[in-house]
Design a protein around this ligand. Structure first.
Ligand SMILES: [Zn+2]
Length: 316
């Protein structure tokens, strides 16, 4: 029986877990990504953490991270990581964990996770949108993960939704991520609070506590500024996703990532705006759901799913 080590490197946190063949999480841990000044030190810290905290063994290693090129094995120009332009992800982890490490773009990992362990199963056409520090997208079309030439397909976060809009870490202006990523949501809240006449629960929070979680919590209690912020974010997400549906006739979309924990209010509002932009003949067929894997380490399971998908290829 094989066990797998899945690692999910995010802009804020890096989660990792040892997972059984059936997708059962046997052990999981996490570290703060920003505590590590190099990718090598992160790899070594994960190895040490596992050695000191669990006796579970694993046979192979899969890693999901932002902006991973599968062809080079490197993280390339990731806007939310501080390790330089080209980060040798596969090479660094193979120095610590041995040959055969599988690396994949994190949003593509999420799509494979949904296919192997989630609800997508045998669906031929579906997408997974990841909402957290950044915004990513993994898409399966005609049963196959859409990777593009470099394995970087699906950078939905860098779809320009406003001309001359906010400055993005990627160097462009008006990217979706600058409005719908965690920092973008907080910035929208700050902007709206400046023009608010008072009465918002968000006003009592110190600026550093103005997180998407707090904003969604306040929106659920009908806080007017929070509701405006959430509506604006969900409008932008719906607008971006409508292009995906109109272009590729994707029927099923799963939402995952830290912000997906905001649940039904997020899903309902995105769906409302999405439907207003989607072609009439596709409008009634859309299924937008919060991924059921979200509470159980979707990123880790995605990295493990990539091992299942690609390990044969790596051996050949
Ligand atoms: Zn961008």
């Amino acid at each position: 029986m094989n066990n797998f080590l899945g690692i999910d490197i995010g802009g804020t946190n890096t989660a990792f877990g040892i997972v059984s063949e059936e997708g059962e999480m046997l052990y999981s841990g996490n570290v703060s990504t920003k505590d590590f000044s190099t990718i090598d030190s992160l790899a070594e810290a994960i190895k040490k953490h596992l050695e000191s905290n669990t006796k579970e063994s694993y046979d192979s290693v899969g890693i999901g991270a932002p902006s991973v090129s599968r062809s080079s094995g490197c993280i390339e120009f990731a806007p939310n990581l501080d390790w330089g332009d080209i980060v040798p992800l596969k090479g660094s982890f193979e120095k610590v964990f041995g040959e055969g490490v599988i690396v994949i773009n994190d949003a593509n990992a999420a799509a494979l996770g949904e296919k192997h362990f989630g609800d997508a199963g045998e669906l031929k056409n579906f997408s997974v949108i990841t909402l957290g520090t950044g915004v990513g997208l993994g898409t399966v079309i005609d049963g196959k993960l859409m990777e593009g030439t470099n394995g970087l397909a699906g950078e939905l976060g860098h779809l320009v939704i406003r001309r001359a809009g906010r400055e993005c870490n990627c160097g462009n202006l008006g990217c979706l991520e600058t409005y719908a990523g965690a920092a973008g949501i907080a910035l929208t809240a700050k902007e709206k609070l400046e023009f608010s006449s008072g009465g918002s629960a968000l006003m009592s929070l110190p600026p550093s506590d103005l997180t998407p979680l707090e904003i969604f919590n306040a929106a659920r209690k009908d806080d007017p500024v929070s509701l405006e912020v959430i509506d604006s974010v969900c409008h932008d997400l719906g607008y971006a996703l409508s292009s995906l549906i109109n272009l590729f006739d994707i029927e099923h979309i799963y939402i995952t990532g830290g912000i997906a924990n905001s649940g039904n209010i997020l899903r309902r509002k995105i769906e409302k705006h999405l439907k207003s932009y989607v072609l009439p003949n596709l409008r009634t067929k859309i299924s937008l759901k919060i991924s059921t894997l979200n509470q159980t380490g979707a990123g880790i399971l995605g990295a493990v799913a990539a091992i299942k998908e690609y390990s044969k290829e790596a051996v050949s």
